[in-house]
Design a protein. Structure first.
Length: 248
């Protein structure tokens, strides 16, 4: 999605937060164009690791910040927290917009099958284009109405979610594993080592689902919950299936 937006607004200054997280180096970013953060929604807010990365990163140039969160259903009151982040960074908050994309949280929820994933991604295209046009025009995103329930979700529920659900002890690997190492190389937090060719999880996980969703052999499970659930992994704006094939 970030690639798509960058193309529409003709901005080739695009960086991957995942790559920065992976390399662990401190980033210093200079841009005279608006800052546009594209991230998934985790527990009705921007992922904690992304928020932390933004806080620790030095940004110079433009002070306008837009946030686009992909989500399976909704991002609650995430905008309030993005606004607070902007205050800390001395930025102008230009809005946060959710875009519905295929649900990927197969450790907890049912995920859509291949055709539905494609259809959801297709349906998102006009919203993505409209948001990009707003950015190009220098207009802020609309402020959505937020319910009391959404305030609770993004507020007290969010830290409870991290405390009680975000653990990597539920991951297991089966003998379908072909020792390709993709789970380890894709983990943004370098939380996976291969031992005797098989992944082991080391306790520093953000539940992004890149390891389980992107395994080409579908060899990873999360407790019994992920069994028979469809897996996908989005790489360079393309939906990829367990077979490793790119279909979109
Ligand atoms: C840990 C975790 C928490 C999630 N929390 C939410 C949520 O609060 N609301 C929602 O609509 N979707 C939620 N999702 C679904 C993702 O935000 C959604 O599938 C998103 O498009 C994933 O983006 P990605 O495929 O680029 O990682 C969650 C997914 C994960 C893995
Ligand atoms: S991605 Fe899957 S097949 Fe490859 S090493 Fe990891 S578990 Fe094994
Ligand atoms: S879910 Fe897998 S890829 Fe994502 S942070 Fe945890 S171990 Fe790494």
């Amino acid at each position: 999605m970030a690639l798509q937006i960058a193309k529409i607004i003709s901005d080739d200054e695009i960086v991957s937060v995942n790559q920065y997280l992976k390399s662990g180096g401190k980033a210093a970013i200079q841009s005279e164009r608006p800052l546009v953060f594209v991230a998934p929604t985790y527990s009705w807010r921007m992922p904690r690791v992304v928020e932390q990365w933004i806080l620790e990163t030095s940004f110079r140039g433009s002070r306008d910040a837009y946030f686009i969160l992909t989500c399976g259903g909704g991002c609650g009151n995430a905008a309030a927290y993005a606004r607070k982040l902007c205050v800390k960074k001395n930025w102008r908050f230009c809005g946060l917009a959710p875009v519905i994309m295929p649900e990927n949280y197969l450790a907890l929820f049912p995920t859509p099958e291949e055709a539905e994933c494609r259809s959801i991604a297709d349906h998102a295209q006009p919203s993505i284009a409209a948001l990009a046009e707003r950015i190009r025009a220098g207009e802020c995103f609309d402020k959505p109405a937020v319910t009391f329930g959404e305030r609770l979700q993004s507020g007290p529920v969010n830290p409870l979610f991290y405390t009680f659900f975000v653990r990597d002890t539920g991951f297991t690997v089966s003998d379908r594993c072909i020792s390709c190492g993709k789970c380890a190389s894709r983990c943004p937090l370098n939380n996976i080592d291969l031992k005797a060719g098989k992944p082991t999880w080391n306790g520093s996980c953000t539940h992004c689902m890149a390891c389980i969703g992107g395994c080409p052999a579908e060899a990873i499970e999360y407790k019994s919950k992920s069994r028979k659930r469809h897996r996908h992994y989005i790489m360079n704006d393309a939906l990829c299936w367990g077979s490793g094939g790119q279909v979109k």
